[in-house]
Design a protein around this ligand. Sequence first.
Ligand SMILES: O=C(O)CCC(=O)C(=O)O
Ligand SMILES: [Fe+2]
Length: 370
Amino acid sequence: MISKTLSEVDHFVPVKPTKEELDYADLDILDLSLYKDTPASKKVLADQVHKAMTSHGFFVVINHGISEETIERMVDIGHTILSRTPQEEKEKLKADLTGKGEYPGFKPRGEWKTLGGTPDRIEQFNVVRDMTTHEQPKAFEPYREEVQEFIDTVHKDILYKILRLFAISLEIGDEELFVKAHSYDKHDESWLRWMEYYDIPAQAGADGKQLWLTGHQDLTSLSLLFSQPMATLQVRDYHDEAQWKFVPHIAGAIIVNAGEPMMWWTGNYYKAAVHRVVEPPADQRSHDRTSVFYFTVPNDEVVINTLLKESSLLQRHAVKKWFKDADAPTSSEWVHNRVKANLQKHVAAKDGEGRTSSQKIGTVTTTWFK
Ligand SMILES: O=C(O)CCC(=O)C(=O)O
Ligand SMILES: [Fe+2]
């Protein structure tokens, strides 16, 4: 992907795959090399999207065009930025989570002082695709172009293909509808995230499982998670509320899930995946975990509500409009309000008796899961 000499990185050595027998979710695997510019080829993949989005809300994309080496390099870049940026600079370039409600910058360890009462040990570094809007750490500079190229490929190639499949799967006449709502040239808060979990102690969830990140739905339209080997991410099957299953690791694959905006667009016909992060099996403990994610949200001004006029599939299924017109949020309103409220996610597991708790965010009610 990059031809010139690459700047050196601190290599992150991922944990070896577990040998334990775990209960894995049976996720659909979309082979994106089958995506051709013909209705027939796209229909086959769109049918898989439909099946996945009406069951788990998660699926796996392989042969998407980004090599395993490039993904490994991106993980190393994030690891390098997190390990080489001094604490002072991290503090200075801290994400303004509670003020503006935005992610660009660092989420230092200990920001969420709620995991079992002790400071959390999750660190993040986030960038948006226009990387000039925020000051970047010095350690980032050697990799700026590579990261830009990575984001551009993910957004304009992989994301756009997947968004077309979503439109086709919903029988929306304009196959570009979601692509236009995520126009690369317009502004929105979609972001690339590196996230490092530092060998953390955990608190117990409702089912006694040790939690690293409590159950939630993403605030995104789509989340693209680059698969990593530590068996920690779990998805809750929609057809069996009690069942948390591990998301399998497939080297080089992208795990895709939808968040609440996709749920609203489809009036809950497509599921916003409920997922959480738990401690790994015994043979993967005492190891850090680093991964890279691309989280997408619609362009700032897009008003998100159920696509009843546009989708004959939703009409046939008598889906109801999610919001009254006056209550439908713009992407920008939703994202900023939801980021501000995000701390709630980390306390939800301790509050109350039930398995879920809900919170009103502007005109929107969001749900936290245990
Ligand atoms: O770390 C993971 O695998 C998932 C993280 C996640 O769900 C999130 O950041 O929204
Ligand atoms: Fe998530």
